[in-house]
Write a protein of this length. Structure first.
Length: 285
């Protein structure tokens, strides 16, 4: 498997630069694109899915250049943020229809079975799309994206609106798929990235702030996160920026953001959530 290479990608919408010179190597496996609303994640996903073109820059996967859209499309499966399907046809029929639309060979019963097993929808094969739950529809969305065994699977905001149980099931599907392909997941939900991805990139206001392993990204807040043990009834919120608090016996341990060491506090490694908050907080000021 190859790396997906993004070289100096910019996108301008009527003078508004929404992606600014993004250079990024996306290795095989699951890769997260993290950023607050409006960061440019969906725009980048749509460029990668060949739905829109960058204003400048290049995308390559081995010898395939994204300017040859037809070749790139053979590599890609895409689940857009707002996915909808005809309600009156059955799951199996819908997948066969989508394979036809994609000009792929007609799906055999065997390949249908394999796809539905991968997304844990085998029991719904003969159900009408309109009868599926929200979580099942999202998994159907993955099923349609993986027809033809694409090497790159692009999933925009995969778990938005899902209940916790379905979210866990969905993450598992994505993790399994990432064993044999590149799975690119965009989200502003940090837990999705922590639970699913081995590496990620962090976008803010169209700029790449950091990329690397999950712990490398979390380290963006290194030296700024502190733990302080205080009495259970003591509140420090007025004095310090308290990110979280956990009870330990009759005490509690606060996690605090601070550029300097609060008295008696010890420096601790930041979590991905704290790295994320640190960056988004600094950018919104
Ligand atoms: N077709 C378009 N025309 C003009 N501006 C656009 C277009 N698509 C996106 N934008 C702008 O680009 C910026 C980035 O939007 P984008 O949807 O890519 O961000 P995002 O990180 O996916 O955010 P969200 O999580 O809210 O979807 C926003 O300011 C948006 O208004």
């Amino acid at each position: 498997m190859q790396n997906l290479e993004l070289k100096q990608i910019s996108k301008v919408f009527s003078k508004n630069k929404v992606l600014d010179d993004i250079t990024l190597t996306i290795p095989p496996g699951s890769f997260g694109l993290l950023g607050p609303n409006g960061a440019g994640k969906t725009t980048l996903m749509r460029i990668l899915a060949t739905l829109i073109e960058p204003s400048s820059g290049k995308i390559e996967y081995g010898t395939v250049d994204w300017r040859q859209k037809g070749n790139a499309r053979q590599l890609i499966g895409y689940l857009p943020q707002k996915f909808s399907m005809y309600k009156h046809i059955k799951v199996k029929e819908a997948l066969k229809h989508i394979a036809d639309l994609k000009n792929l060979p007609t799906l055999t019963e065997q390949s249908l079975k394999e796809i539905l097993n991968k997304v844990n929808l085998h029991e719904q094969a003969d159900k009408k799309i309109g009868t599926l739950s929200g979580g099942m529809i999202r998994r159907f969305g993955i099923a349609q994206a993986i027809i033809g065994e694409p090497r790159i699977i692009i999933v925009d905001e995969p778990t938005a609106g899902l209940d916790p149980e379905e979210r866990i099931r969905f993450r598992k599907v994505l993790r399994n798929l990432s064993q044999n392909s590149t799975v690119l997941i965009s989200t502003h939900i940090v837990e999705d990235i922590e639970a699913t991805c081995s590496a990620a990139a962090f976008l803010v206001d169209g700029q790449l702030v950091r990329s690397g392993s999950i712990s490398e990204i979390a380290r963006i807040a290194e030296g700024k996160v502190w733990e302080l043990e205080v009495g259970a009834g003591v509140f420090y919120e007025d004095q310090w920026e308290v990110m979280s608090s956990r009870a330990v016996g009759d005490k509690k341990i606060l996690r605090i953001f601070s550029e300097t060491q609060p008295p008696n506090a010890i420096s601790v490694p930041p979590s991905l959530q704290e790295g994320y908050l640190y960056i988004t907080r600094n950018n919104s000021r």
